[in-house]
Design a protein around this ligand. Structure first.
Ligand code: GAL
Length: 476
């Protein structure tokens, strides 16, 4: 194994004064959530069903057959939630708009009650001095579009998404200056259309590439709409959020180094290369062949430069090695690992979170450096980072020292990356509060606030108090 646990003290020391790590003065300190995971109100006030409402109703898909019908009941408690953030001094809040709350069947008819809900939330945030960062699609596709258009496999989806995005720009763009088109298209494509463990629950080794293609075109169409009709007047920014773990070569061997590079290209390059360079990585083209769709010249032109910043969700790291002929990857990439020929593994010495994900802060710095090199120094916004632990309340407190250590570790490495010249402008902790963690239901707690899912009472964990001080001091 390579000596990747090499300490970075030299870098870090330069950033410390009086024993503190300082962040740039205008650093954006935020927290993040998504509509299906917190809102509840699944069929209230005209909201249409989403593919997650439907997916949760299939026995065995979600832990204990739980669902997001009530979730954190944020739909009714958003004012209290804004107050929690205000008390912490949070500067920016990333939330998502539920497409079927705005358009119950995904097209044509606009649900005014849905528009009013987000409008009130945005107003409350601004009154509290919190900048809204709005994601247009965090996985809750209107069910009607799944049934009528075959979901993201349908050729009409990019146009329909742009129409929906247009409604959002029109109603909220006077107050929302930071837009994110899609959250993690990799997850939608791989877990929704490859492994089938997320909605809509399809399994295939062809469909993920088609769904991914349509998602990229949908992103580009929405950005085109924003830039043509709204950006000049509203003066906001728009981008996409991709997710990526770091892949460290298992050995110094050239084959393993190539395998790690390939793994990153299949993970992040799949969705970031088209947005920055107009096409998929050549490694994907060579290995996926005809299953990987082609962009038309006019689509490439729309895609290149279609993100005003580089949205990144990052959680963990794994070793990557060249797969030997008979080796089946334990972790793999969606049963599609044969497209990559990469074997993934972890170091048993690494601590793991309740998700089973390894805590490897230096992987975050290496990933940031890789992004900086490959995409020519973009502005990176960490739109999610965080961890799940089995937190418990005792005497009204949650002593989640492990989460504080996690955040301290990742933020130190992010600061080290900034010190090395990477442009990171913000950090959004996932998540503001414990919520519906997709197929894991309510069994995994990612929040800075504990939520009692029977009483819906929110309690700040020690990490919330710690994060609040970090924001106040602009460091720790
Ligand atoms: C991300 C996702 C979030 C949240 C988080 C923790 O992939 O965007 O919705 O679930 O992972 O698993």
């Amino acid at each position: 194994m390579t000596s990747c646990l090499m300490p970075l003290d030299t870098d870090r020391n330069q950033l410390k004064s009086n024993g503190m790590i300082h962040f740039p003065a205008d650093f954006i300190w935020g927290s993040a959530t998504s509509s299906y995971q917190i809102e509840g109100g699944a069929d209230l006030d005209g909201k249409g069903p989403s593919i997650w409402d439907a997916f949760c109703s299939i026995p065995g898909k979600v832990f204990q057959n739980q669902n997001g019908s009530v979730a954190c009941d944020h739909y009714h408690r958003f004012e209290e939630d804004v107050k929690l953030m205000q008390e912490m001094g949070i500067k920016a809040y990333r939330f998502s708009i539920s497409w079927p709350r705005i358009m119950p069947t995904g097209r044509d008819t606009v649900n005014q009650a849905g528009v009013a809900f987000y409008s009130r939330l945005i107003d409350k945030l601004l009154e509290a001095g919190i900048e809204p960062w709005v994601t247009l699609y965090h996985w809750d596709l209107p069910l009607a579009l799944q049934l009528e258009e075959n979901g993201w496999l349908g050729p009409e989806l990019p146009r329909l998404f742009a129409e929906y995005a247009d409604i959002c720009f029109r109603h909220f763009g006077d107050r929302v200056k930071n837009w994110i088109t899609l959250n993690e298209p990799w997850v939608v494509a791989m877990l929704g259309y490859g492994q089938g463990v997320f909605a809509p629950g399809r399994t295939s080794n062809v469909d993920p590439y088609l769904a991914g293609h349509q998602l990229l075109l949908a992103h580009a169409s929405a950005v085109e709409r924003y830039r043509a009709k709204y950006q000049t007047g509203q003066k906001g920014r728009i981008g996409i959020t991709n997710n990526c773990d770091w892949r460290e070569p298992l050995t110094d061997n050239v084959q393993d180094q190539k395998a790690a590079q390939r793994a990153l290209e299949f993970f992040l390059g799949w969705f970031a290369d088209p947005v920055f360079f107009g096409d998929y990585p050549s490694s994907m083209r060579e290995r996926v062949g005809v299953r990987l769709p082609e962009f038309k010249p006019e689509e490439k032109a729309l895609l290149i430069g279609s993100s005003d910043f580089f949205g990144l969700n990052h959680y963990t790291t794994m070793y990557a090695a060249e797969a030997t002929a008979v080796q089946a990857s334990v972790y793999g990439n969606g049963g599609l690992s044969e497209d990559q020929d990469v074997t993934l593994s972890t170091d048993p010495a690494w601590p793991i979170t309740d998700m089973g994900w390894a805590v490897v802060p230096w992987g975050c710095r290496k990933l940031l450096q890789w992004i900086d090199d490959r995409y020519s120094h973009p502005e990176v916004v960490i739109t999610e980072n965080g961890c799940a632990y089995p937190d418990e309340i005792s005497n009204g407190r949650v002593h989640d020292q492990n989460r504080i250590a996690f955040m301290e570790g990742y933020l130190s490495e992010i600061r080290a990356a900034i010190g090395q010249g990477v442009h990171v402008s913000g950090y959004f902790a996932w998540s503001l509060m414990d919520n519906f963690e997709w197929a894991s239901g309510y069994s995994k707690r990612f929040g800075l606030h504990h939520v009692n899912f029977e009483t819906l009472v929110r309690t700040p964990k020690d990490s919330a108090l710690w994060y609040s001080k970090v924001i106040q001091k602009n460091g720790f």
